[in-house]
Design a protein around this ligand. Structure first.
Ligand SMILES: *[C@@H]1O[C@H](CO)[C@@H](O)[C@H](O)[C@H]1NC(C)=O
Length: 230
């Protein structure tokens, strides 16, 4: 007994450099390098009582004591999850240090935005697979409207925009007369073709004679005048 605990002490004292990694924020469920290879949480199977909020802007900080390794960041949903298949991040580290890890919670289902959850970090290194967990309460902002048209966001109601209504008769000229009106005479057919490009009749105009282009140019000019008068 005494010899065993002395041995454990010795191992612990002699191996600070072999600490591998530990989660410092949010607080790890527990850290014991002797059993850190036990999935899913490095030998700690009971969730912490304290569960800090964890959201998109939360800090996820790891002390990494190996010289090379790859960290996979996973999330398990629930009070004591065993499924950590939702990967929220990853980091390839090549030196010891303290790291703020980036992660992405956008794949968490909206229904779980406020759920209990556990962050799991797996390290793959020369030491094999090592695990550590941190228990949290998710605090992900819930997007209020998954439906596209939000009533509060649209100042202009549905059908015709008021600005477009004063020029009902000539649909070809009503769209954007302003740029053409500044210099109608000097316009070559090419600009009017590009102008007409947005209209359903652009095929004929583009492939047709220059007289058609001139005609549409005149229509544009007329529309511009009409717009100016109005
Ligand atoms: C991690 O973030 C905290 C808070 O923003 C900051 O004080 C600390 O310096 C950061 N650490 C690293 C290693 O970037």
């Amino acid at each position: 007994m005494i010899a065993a605990s002395a041995l454990a002490l010795l191992l612990g004292a002699a191996a600070p450099a072999a600490a591998h990694f530990t989660i410092s924020a949010p607080p790890a469920r527990g850290h014991d390098e002797l059993v850190q290879d036990e999935a899913p949480c490095g030998g700690f199977n009971d969730p912490s009582a304290a569960r800090p909020a964890f959201g998109p802007s939360s800090q996820l900080t790891v002390r990494f004591a190996d010289t090379a390794g790859e960290l996979g960041i996973f999330l398990g949903i629930g009070a004591n999850p065993s499924d950590f298949s939702l990967q929220i991040g990853k980091a390839v580290l090549s030196q010891r240090g303290v790291y703020n890890l980036t992660f992405d919670l956008s794949a968490v289902p909206a229904a779980n935005a406020k759920s209990l959850a556990t962050v799991q970090i797996r390290s793959e290194s020369e030491h094999g697979s090592l695990f550590e967990c941190a228990d949290v309460t998710l605090d992900i902002p819930v997007k209020s409207s998954p439906t596209p048209p939000s009533p509060s966001a649209s100042p202009s109601p549905m059908p015709p925009s008021p600005s477009a209504s004063p020029v009902p008769p000539s649909p070809s000229a009503s769209s954007s007369p302003a740029p053409q009106s500044s210099q109608p005479a000097s316009q070559s057919p090419a600009p009017s073709a590009t102008h007409a490009g947005g209209y359903p009749t652009d095929g004929p105009v583009l492939s047709g004679a220059s007289s058609m282009a001139a005609g549409s140019l005149a229509a544009v000019a007329a529309g511009a005048v009409a717009a100016l008068v109005l």
